[in-house]
Design a protein around this ligand. Structure first.
Ligand code: ADP
Ligand code: MG
Length: 648
């Protein structure tokens, strides 16, 4: 990197102000990106203003009012409508105006005594060219004017343009069809169009990811030797894939499986994350991997964050691998959770030691000290990000043992990733395909709960099932949560609907936070086996649960959930060829819900989520911290994989 003093125009005292912001190099300055943007491209007539929105108005000064601490211009636009422009505690801009002058004013509109007002406008200009554009807003550099900051950034970019010295990086970017680095920097600082801006962000993200991996590569090799040694057998697994599965693998699944096989056969330590959208079929990858380990004489531990999920995995593993034979016997699978009785637990313990169990599936109960494997070769962690911090430490213990490690995730979560990537070496294996014949889940916001229930009614009449999910919030007197619908309230609302809909008599089961696990499991089981039509629950079903006949999910107080959680919940339906419905019950319009209704693509949602959080967010830059980098990488798994592949 070039030290900041290479820019002759930056005086030492200004360099110090930059230093206080963590900017010490030309590159860091060039990547000091706007915190947010205002779109000032169109003028709004005063009569169309909306309180709380950012707008540009164009008007003629008709009065100038000097108050004790405020200075106000009264302006009138071409339609003859009037409003105020007010400055607090400053008269420097105000004084530049004369009655009768026309000017543009941009800023946040509010209402004051039935009159529109823009207080302390963000931008004022008499020239259209100066103002009618996308306007970047920077974090304040203490002691520095905005103009000085902008000019310095421009100087930094100009300098870099003349001094580009990373040909390998630029060649890779070119191969990935990304736009030029300097163009991208300029676009991010002064966007010209949405499309170009998006491309620029991708390029900037590329820079961050590239530099991250380049640094990592300089430090250590990503390929660690496994203590397991090369595995030689794969015939059983291959036969299982080709003739034992009820379906053909998707290309995404097949390529991840191929990578896994390649790694373990070569004796390299597998330490990877299978990342794929909800419903892409990650479980079967875990199943195949377990079979592969078993036919090589190694045990696999499959750990899920929730009891319901562990149990479901156990059943799915058992069902799918029925008929798989290794060493002249059946594959042996066992389930171990916190619910497992002591005697059963002891038995499992003995069997593990005698290597009479090939695959142990369970919750974090597997991690506790007295559970020992005789030949553990692989841990598979499903929905890894759902594990608590304490359990993470235990997982790490298994991790360090030099055995293979596979994590599965549908959601980008920074903390866990940061640990694994930073501490060790992790490869992301993306599954970008969905099984054939899936229909897009129809998603819509329902402002009236009856509208949602009506869909449930018609789906149940067709023999399908439905989830009703409520946000999980401990009984709380907090005002904020007053309007959040609880499981009990949802049941009440449903009952009212049932009463006014003769002929609609669904069998309803409930799961709430205060229930015992036994009761929860038994209710889920009734739903799973088709003995209940509706399951009302907290977001316990969010992760992983797979009940393909459930076609509808109705999410109560949907605005309370985060976008990622909503997407996960929606993933509970549309898990086979049946049409799925996701109904978001929320009385207020909500941007998150609009996004969810507009797309079912998880990566797109992650991207929109980032946009919602502010465009300056998560683009990456030299100052970006490790967590943000991981977040960024998870938001752009495709790009990350490509860069990583190119570098390692
Ligand atoms: P997730 O990636 O969300 O964990 P699952 O592994 O639970 O998804 O798979 C979702 C559903 O898709 C399951 O019912 C599974 O049996 C089915 N499935 C997985 N792979 C395929 C495939 N290649 N073809 C058809 N169905 C598949
Ligand atoms: Mg899953």
């Amino acid at each position: 990197m070039y030290p900041l003093n290479r820019l002759s125009q930056i005086a030492p005292q200004k360099a110090k102000q930059f230093f206080n912001m963590g900017i010490t190099s030309v590159e860091e300055l060039a990547e000091f990106f706007p915190r947010k943007y205002y779109d000032f491209r169109t003028v709004t007539p005063i009569k169309n203003l909306v309180a709380g929105e950012i707008a540009v108005v164009y008007g003629k000064v008709i009065r100038m009012l000097v108050g004790k601490s405020t200075n106000t211009l009264v302006i009138q636009d071409a339609d003859g409508d009037c409003m105020n422009i007010t400055w607090f505690h400053t008269d420097y801009l105000f004084k530049q105006f004369r009655i009768g002058e026309w000017s543009y004013f941009a800023g946040k509109v509010s209402e004051f005594q039935l009159n529109w007002v823009i207080c302390n406008p963000v931008m004022v200009s008499k020239e259209a060219d100066n103002i009618l554009r996308i306007y970047p807003i920077y974090s304040k550099v203490k002691g520095m004017s905005d103009t000085y900051l902008r000019e310095s950034i421009e100087a930094a970019i100009n300098f870099l343009e003349l001094n580009q010295n990373e040909p390998q990086k630029d060649l890779l970017a070119k191969n990935l069809m990304l736009i030029g680095c300097i163009d991208a920097l300029r676009e991010v600082h002064a966007p010209t169009s949405r499309e170009r801006y998006k491309k620029a962000r991708t390029r900037v993200a590329f820079e961050t990811i590239y530099h991250f991996y380049a640094a990592l590569k300089a430090k250590e090799s990503l390929i660690l030797a496994s203590e397991i040694g090369p595995l030689s057998e794969s015939a059983v697994t291959e036969r299982f894939i080709n003739t034992g599965l009820p379906f053909a693998l998707t290309t995404g699944q097949a390529s991840v499986v191929a990578t896994i096989m390649e790694e373990v056969k070569a004796g390299r330590r597998l330490h990877s994350i299978v990342s794929g959208d909800v419903g892409c079929g990650k479980t079967v990858v875990a199943i195949i991997t377990s079979v592969l380990m078993a036919e090589n004489g190694f045990q696999t531990a499959v750990i899920a964050p929730m009891l319901v999920l562990a149990k479901q995995h156990y059943e799915e593993f058992a069902r799918m691998t029925a008929g798989v034979r290794i060493f002249g016997r059946e594959l042996r699978i066992a389930l171990l959770t916190g619910e497992t009785r002591k005697s059963e637990r002891n038995k499992i313990q003995k069997q593990l030691e005698r290597q009479e169990i090939d695959v142990l599936i369970g919750t974090h109960a597997i991690l506790s000290g007295d559970i020992k494997f005789s030949r553990l070769g692989m841990t598979i962690i499903d929905e890894e990000h759902k594990f608590g911090v304490a359990q993470k430490a235990e997982l790490e213990g298994y991790d360090r043992a030099g055995i293979h490690h596979l994590a599965m995730t549908a959601t980008p979560i920074p903390r866990s990733m940061a640990m694994t990537i930073y501490g060790g070496n992790v490869a992301v294996l993306p599954i970008q395909t969905k099984p054939k014949g899936r229909k897009e889940t129809i998603t819509r916001q329902c402002f009236k709960v009856e509208d949602a229930f009506a869909v449930i009614r018609s789906e149940i009449h067709m023999g399908h099932q439905a989830y009703i999910v409520c946000p999980f919030i401990e009984t709380s007197k907090d005002e904020k949560f007053k309007e959040v619908i609880s499981v009990a309230q949802a049941e009440h609302m449903l009952n009212r609907f049932i009463q006014s809909n003769p002929g609609f008599n669904p069998r309803v089961k409930l799961i709430s936070g205060d229930m015992k696990s036994e009761e929860i499991l038994s209710n889920v089981n009734l739903f799973e086996t088709g003995q209940a039509d509706i399951l009302i629950s907290t977001s316990i079903v969010e992760v992983g649960v797979n009940i393909p006949n459930a076609t509808t999910i109705c999410i109560m107080s949907a605005g309370r959930f985060g976008l990622a959680a909503l997407h996960q919940l929606r993933g509970r339906v549309g898990r086979n060829s049946l049409q799925g419905y996701c109904l978001l019950y929320e009385q207020q319009k909500n941007e998150k819900l609009d996004i969810l209704c507009s797309t079912t693509n998880g990566f797109e949602i992650a991207e929109k989520d980032l946009e919602l959080r502010g465009p300056g967010d998560l683009m990456g830059s030299r100052q970006t911290g490790i967590n943000e980098i991981i977040d960024l990488m998870m938001a752009r798994p495709k790009l990350t994989a490509l860069v990583r592949k190119a570098l390692f």
